[in-house]
Design a protein around this ligand. Sequence first.
Ligand SMILES: Cc1cc2nc3c(=O)[nH]c(=O)nc-3n(C[C@H](O)[C@H](O)[C@H](O)COP(=O)(O)OP(=O)(O)OC[C@H]3O[C@@H](n4cnc5c(N)ncnc54)[C@H](O)[C@@H]3O)c2cc1C
Length: 489
Amino acid sequence: MHEVVVVGCGPTGMMLAGELRLAGADVVVLERRESQELAGSRGGGIHARTIELLDQRGIAERFLTEGRTVNTATFGGTRLDVGRLPTRHPYTLALFQNHIERLLLQWIEELGVPIRRNIEVVGVHADEENVHLRLASGETVQARYVAGADGGRSVVRREAGIGFEGSVATRSSLIAEVRVAEELPTDARIDERGVHGLYPMGEGRARVVVTEAELGPPTPPTLDDLRRELLHVFGTDFGVHDPAWLSRFTDATRQATNYRAGRVLLAGDAAHVHSPTGGLGIGLGIQDAVNLGWKLGQVVRGVSGEDLLDTYHAERHPAGGRALKFTMAQSLFQKAEPRQEALRDLIDEVLRVDDAGSPIAALISGLDVAYDLGEGHPLLGRRMPDLDIIAEEKPVRLFGLMHRARPLLLQFEGPPIDSGHHPERVDYVRARYDGAWELPLLGEVVAPSAVLVRPDGHVAWVGEGSTDGLDAALAKWCGTAAGRAGTVA
Ligand SMILES: Cc1cc2nc3c(=O)[nH]c(=O)nc-3n(C[C@H](O)[C@H](O)[C@H](O)COP(=O)(O)OP(=O)(O)OC[C@H]3O[C@@H](n4cnc5c(N)ncnc54)[C@H](O)[C@@H]3O)c2cc1C
């Protein structure tokens, strides 16, 4: 019997398991794959907020040293400048998913997260007390909570009876990593079908993407399907053979109607699927995981009540919905159809006026996420910037205080706040910061006298010269002192 079972050891499941472990929860990951190896390199990168989340745990550098940073992002036909966003990481990191997964695995192994492989979950049944998971082997595993991070075809979602609503696919693409007999040029093109691309990988291998003439079936594609579509678009099939990876993706866009059904929670692709355009999938899953991990950790430790879990859906469902809207709009542009081209060109004109592209750049980067935590200072509900502060007379980066994923009460001015707030639930730090407080999209905001930062990096309370509202915020987000102490790091 475990406190939490995470189903799926993809990027979302690993991040969630790491967060749960930091929160002191007894967690196990169940994974169908026998190793972390992916058949292909899959997703191509992560954006600024996701890099910030990794930075909050002290592991961003591992990813940055392996990838390549790019400070533009695309919407329609417009190149947006993400280089001016107020963050320590004003770029997208190009790094293939197989490397992202390897580095996340390394982190959760360091944290001591147990992973059981070759385990396929086929049934989930929750009662008042526990969740019972049925495995393909016939074995049963029990837990107090289950988190489905088991991808777009989530068994956990299906078994919990959670709806998955949205728009059906309008087109499909084949993606493959193959050996090629013919030398293949780098090529990216767009036609009336959609986008197509050829990317040589060296040593006679290439990654190819080709939009199909008609929406493909839900069954796995064959090499003959790939040859036929390549021939049609490029006039040759380049002698493709020996695929290391051959898959089909679509522009279907769906979102779980609820991210929580009692003891069952959903995160990542299990909670939302969309076209890969824009490269938001891995980041959305990691952001879900970082929002959920500490909350579920506090609940299983008895520090917080179950109602804290409802804030997960309340916060992440709208954030996911906004990202899905972006991918739907973006995928509409990925077709050479005269009316769509006309719209793309007009939008390009608009986005070039002054700073009109900034809201979209902030959306892609994930830095615009603002949870609805009530009226007040603009920082409330937004992510805390990684300021260079002086804490206990030493210069530190603010994110450096967040590696253990604990709530952080930072005081910049005024007489010391008498915690009465228990050191076991909140880290209290007196800090100095004389620079500007600059937020994405909003620009400079009034400096607060104190802030309560949740473990996910979002600001839960802002002091403006007094401690009004602090006790309520501590009770809501940090629970009572009665529970079991957390954090393993
Ligand atoms: C072509 C393509 C390009 C993409 N490019 C990008 C990009 O550039 N950037 C980006 O951010 N995203 C990209 N994505 C999306 C990204 O790959 C996904 O959003 C991401 O993998 C989701 O992570 P996840 O952990 O939620 O789910 P998954 O990665 O699907 O992981 C789910 C895990 O659960 C396991 N599992 C499933 N069912 C069970 C079961 N019943 N029992 C046990 N284990 C189970 C699976 O084996 C898997 O390991 C791309 C996707 C595609 C297809």
